[in-house]
Design a protein around this ligand. Structure first.
Ligand code: ZN
Length: 240
């Protein structure tokens, strides 16, 4: 049986191209919450400290709906551009802000770029799961530092679910267990007219929401089970 984790990287609009607007949080997030409630799926929201500060009601809403709150740094800066002191601040400050709202033990680095030597910063800050690796990136095969953290890699890049069904469905169903997908709230706002990289804007808005629903239903029809990142890590540990 396939286990599926959906995660939402809860961040400004399409960084680094836009990143000073939050239309995704304002307009995309409520539609996403409705979708997950309708389909009965619990997900993980990797949230930036800035989003938590500016939109406390949006963060409260996802926690109240039973979803997991995870940390995505404060400013959505790539960790491989940060010195250790700043990296530590990004992690501890984000954790502090989010832990006012809920227990937070899962982390994902912006752009899925996280230097292995910084794993110690996550261990020091009480994190138990890192979801910064990506199976589809070459860095997935680089040497890893030993860590107490469970590593839950993303299965594929986020825009794939917006591809035409005939390409997308076989691609999705060929992914190996556990399947870890991620989306962003700004994908559910119509950005098709914006001056962005093509994969950031194509089929955004209502189309994306419909596509995500189809993907979840595709797995549900095949009796897949849905888990938050934290629960998935616990389940994999039990199986090990
Ligand atoms: Zn992000």
């Amino acid at each position: 049986m396939t286990r599926v984790s959906i995660s939402v990287d809860f961040e400004p609009d399409c960084p680094p191209y836009l990143s000073s607007t939050f239309r995704g949080i304002e307009w995309g997030a409520p539609a996403l919450l409705d979708l997950f409630a309708d389909l009965g799926v619990s997900v993980t929201y990797f949230t930036t400290g800035q989003v938590a500060e500016r939109f406390p009601h949006a963060v409260r809403a996802l926690v109240d709906a039973g979803h997991e709150l995870g940390c995505h740094g404060v400013t959505h800066t790539a960790f491989d551009t940060l010195d250790e002191r700043t990296a530590r601040w990004e992690i501890t400050n984000c954790a502090e802000r989010l832990r006012d709202v809920s227990s937070v033990t899962s982390f994902r680095a912006p752009y899925l770029r996280f230097p292995e030597p910084y794993l110690g910063l996550l261990e020091d800050t009480g994190f138990e799961v890192d979801s910064s690796l990506a199976r589809y990136k070459r860095s997935y095969y680089a040497p890893r530092r030993p860590t107490t953290l469970a590593r839950i890699p993303a299965s594929m890049t986020s825009s794939v679910y917006r591809l035409p069904r005939v390409i997308r469905n076989p691609w999705m169903l060929a992914l190996r267990d556990p399947v870890v997908l991620f989306v962003h709230p700004w994908e559910f706002v119509d950005l098709t007219g914006e001056d962005l990289r093509y994969d950031c804007r194509f089929r955004t808005g209502a189309f994306a929401l419909r596509a995500l629903r189809e993907v979840i239903e595709l797995f549900q029809r095949r009796d897949a089970t849905f888990h938050t990142i934290r629960d998935l890590a616990a389940e994999l540990e039990r199986d090990a």
